[in-house]
Design a protein around this ligand. Sequence first.
Ligand SMILES: [Zn+2]
Length: 171
Amino acid sequence: MKVLKLSAQGLPQSWISLEQAVLHYAADEVRWEAGGQVALFRGGHNARTGEQSQIRVNSIIGTRGVPSINPFDLRPGLTNSKLFARDRNVCAYCGGHFHESELTREHVVTACRACNHRKSHRTPEQARMPLLFTPYVPSLWEDFILRNRRILADQMEFLMAHVPKTSRLLM
Ligand SMILES: [Zn+2]
């Protein structure tokens, strides 16, 4: 379970652990929250009032401080597993659905081993193997969806609201 950390302006920064999130709360760095409460931490007792301190952690937090990621000068790295997740394990040539172990990367699209072998080093035109969908580099928002395989429903909803309408994640 990860907390989605955003800048105070609402741009995604990283997926952080509950413990890291608590540190932001304790340092009074959380500017706003979204999503639902995902954890309740109990701290020490106040010496004067005897009350126990509590920190409620939400699934999405906006923190103050200098953002470490500027989406406008960032091109998210596209690892094979992110590429396959983006393409939903579907081969861009035959449209077949495959297990990750049977997939290969063909430039910026997913291809099954058979199609990749058949196409070889030719262009899709030369090989007469038109692409079934257009390759693209995922946006920062999509990248945050692709990097975490255990996204909570409210986090997914939050990220999806920013995903371009052309994204294949919406299909
Ligand atoms: Zn194929």
